[in-house]
Design a protein around this ligand. Structure first.
Ligand code: ZN
Length: 345
């Protein structure tokens, strides 16, 4: 099968296109003919490598994908050959205490497609039966590939971790990122008030189009947190911050929270280190919570909303599989608004 893979770590130029053996499925697995994949920052982290990451090379990239079921294992009962499916990229053992409790993302063996096992940027991918969800007939395969990782991440952050309420004011920095565009829509689905920040006029307009109530250009207003605090919230602060930006926004986010506020972090695309004034945490009795991926129920809850078009993945642009190096470099520059898609076959 044709695939995008690495044989050594480095910059995106290390990604190769070539032929690899099609995976063999086990009794509880399905083989999918991949139609679309979607890029995520995790691709760039995997290509670069990190201490403790030990991949068997060649390694196929890609966490998000959709396609057609081509083969099913002998014990698969919920899917058939020919089904159109979207993929949950969070893989777990399915048997441990955490998995049985529905906390799959706490499983010792939890991993993400494209991270520790071959991913979606190939003509075929195998996944456990429970990691595929059928797509309604009128829903496009491209949107089904664009949604999973960012929507399940944003859903868990807002619903399970922040316990969002309709009267909450939510600040989501970095409007163009995949998790942020999902979070803006989910927060509006719950009728919360959404403030977001971004860097260009075009992205400001797009953020408004997907529902953001207030959009700030942080390049024009470097002290945007003061503006949010004094002007937009009349010195009350915000209830929730959904932060996937990290270094550049974390400290400002803590200052912005009102007493009892919740900061949920799922990533650090601008860097992992931040100086924190601890006094803000105890004075305001803040909750700072980490969040990563989702469990199987959260994935199904959010995908059902996506399939009913109540929330919609935003697609920035589409590349062909052969153009993956260019596509990953584009993602690395952070100029996109929404998802960057790969057309696989
Ligand atoms: Zn497990």
């Amino acid at each position: 099968m044709k695939a995008a893979f690495i044989t050594q770590h480095g910059d995106p130029e290390k990604i190769q296109i070539g032929e690899l053996d099609t995976p063999q499925i086990g009794p509880n697995e399905i083989l999918i003919e991949t139609r679309f994949g979607a890029l995520n920052h995790i691709d760039l982290f995997v290509v670069k490598g990190w201490p403790g990451l030990s991949l068997k090379m060649p390694h196929v990239l890609g966490s998000d994908g959709s396609g057609i079921v081509e083969e099913i294992g002998s014990e698969v009962t919920t899917l058939e050959k020919g089904d159109r499916v979207s993929i949950n990229p969070g893989i777990s053992c399915g048997k441990c205490v955490m998995c049985l409790a529905g906390k799959q993302n706490f499983c010792d063996e939890f991993s993400i497609l494209g991270e520790n096992q071959w991913g979606t940027f190939a003509e075929h991918i195998k996944v456990p039966e429970i990691n595929a969800i059928k797509i309604p007939t009128d829903f496009t395969l491209i949107k089904a590939a664009a949604a999973p990782l960012t929507f399940l991440t944003a859903w868990r952050m807002l619903v399970s971790r922040a316990k969002i309420q309709h009267h909450d004011v939510v600040f989501i920095p970095g409007a163009g990122g995949g998790v942020a565009t999902a979070a803006i829509q989910i927060a509006k689905f719950f009728e919360a008030e959404v403030i977001t920040s971004t860097s260009t006029q075009e992205k400001m307009e797009r953020a408004k189009m997907i529902g953001a109530d207030h959009v700030i250009n942080y390049k024009e207003r470097p002290d945007f947190e003061k503006y949010i605090y004094t002007e937009l919230t009349k010195k009350k602060g915000v209830d929730i911050v959904i932060d996937s930006v990290g270094h550049e926004t974390f400290q400002k986010s803590i200052r912005l929270l009102k007493p009892g506020g919740r900061l949920i972090t799922c990533g650090a695309t601008t860097g992992p280190k931040s100086q924190i004034d601890i006094r803000h945490i105890f004075w305001k009795q803040l909750k700072i919570k980490g969040s990563t991926m989702s469990n199987q129920k959260e994935f199904r809850d959010v995908m059902n909303l996506v399939f009913s078009d109540k929330i919609t993945p935003v697609i920035d642009r589409t590349y062909n599989l052969d153009e993956i190096v260019e596509a990953e470099k584009y993602l690395g520059k952070a100029n996109q608004f929404g998802k960057v898609i790969l057309k696989i076959s």
